[in-house]
Design a protein around this ligand. Structure first.
Ligand code: PMV
Length: 320
């Protein structure tokens, strides 16, 4: 009744923004991402009949009510499926600084899905794990897989066709991250998405465009065409943020350093360096590039804050 699992975080190149169903956490658009090496969550789950309630230790400290509630709700899905009534002790450790505000829900819910189902004695396929991880966080469905993966929007009301699938695991690109560290708490992605869908005049256009962007990105990956992938990566990110910025009132994740990072990447490109910008529901700058230019891109972004060069990361796995 105990298992340990690890999953790596991922960065969307074609973004997920908007839900078609909030109860089952079904996305309004498909998405496409790169799982990253070196940014992972390691989670231990122990189901124990002696426990009166679920507990959650996050990076060594008791988690707040909100985080515990989310995890407990997720564990209920696993308990129902496995026919268990035991409560669980969950310990989760990120091997990257959580304080930097980098997205951790993707690696967190993917690791929790793998650890909790294993501890409960369930044997799920990758697709079933992806569907389950999606209930915790949309982006987590993609972190079950290594390398490039695509999340399907799906059509069915029960969400059984809304899962991620691996595309390519052997294309050795790089993602450079610069954490701009502003300390200001951003709008949570769920709230930002809902508000964008409800009030932004550009939301429908965003949904429509993302379908085409997915096809373009998938095709670029199949051809190993970094320029085509980079261009659609930047376009998808800016379209997502444009739809959010047009919400009333605006959902704005960029800070000054985010724009500065975007300009730095544009300048690099003008000088012949293959690098393209992306950014999620926070202020941090991410650049897609190749192995030969990663250090140059990192050096150029270093003035914004702490940086990481990430290779494509592995599939989620059971460790113990
Ligand atoms: O998985 P969530 O609910 O935290 O949403 C992720 C939203 C973005 O990071 C902005 C885009 C994405 O596809 O990861």
């Amino acid at each position: 009744m105990r298992a340990v699992a690890r999953a790596n975080t991922n960065i969307a190149l074609v973004k997920y923004w908007g839900k078609r169903d909030t109860a089952l956490n079904l996305p309004a658009v498909g998405s496409l991402s790169l799982t990253l090496d070196g940014l992972s969550t390691r989670t231990t789950v122990v189901f124990d009949g002696k426990l009166a309630a679920d507990s959650l230790l996050l990076n060594g400290a008791d988690a707040d009510e909100r985080a515990l509630g989310r995890v407990s709700k997720f564990l209920d899905l696993v308990r129902t499926r496995a026919g268990l009534i035991e409560r669980a002790r969950v310990e989760s450790v990120n091997d990257f600084p959580t304080a930097a505000g980098l997205a951790s829900s993707a690696s967190a819910f993917a690791a929790l899905a793998v650890a909790a189902t294993h501890a409960a004695g369930l044997e799920l396929s990758d697709r079933e794990l992806s569907i389950l991880a999606r209930r915790g966080s949309g982006s987590a469905a993609r972190s079950i897989f290594g390398g490039f993966s695509q999340m399907h929007r799906g059509e069915s009301a029960d969400g059984e066709d809304s899962f991620a699938e691996p595309i390519v695991t052997d294309w050795d690109v790089r993602l450079v991250i610069a954490a701009t560290m502003t300390g200001r708490k951003a709008t949570l992605s769920t709230d930002g998405m809902r508000h964008t869908a409800e009030t932004s005049p550009y939301y429908d256009a965003w949904v429509k465009m993302s379908e085409r962007d997915l096809g373009t990105a998938r095709d670029a990956i199949t051809r190993r065409d970094l320029q085509a992938l980079g261009e659609v990566t930047e376009a998808s990110c800016l379209s997502m943020h444009a739809s959010a910025m047009a919400a009333r009132p605006a959902v704005l994740y960029f800070v000054g350093a985010t724009i500065e990072g975007y300009r730095i990447i544009q300048d690099l490109r003008r000088s012949g360096v293959p690098a393209w910008f992306t950014c999620d529901a926070g202020p941090h700058v991410k650049a897609l590039t190749d192995a030969a230019h990663a250090q140059q891109v990192e050096a150029a972004l270093a003035k914004l804050g702490k940086t990481w060069i990430c290779r494509p990361g592995p599939h989620a796995e059971v460790l113990e």
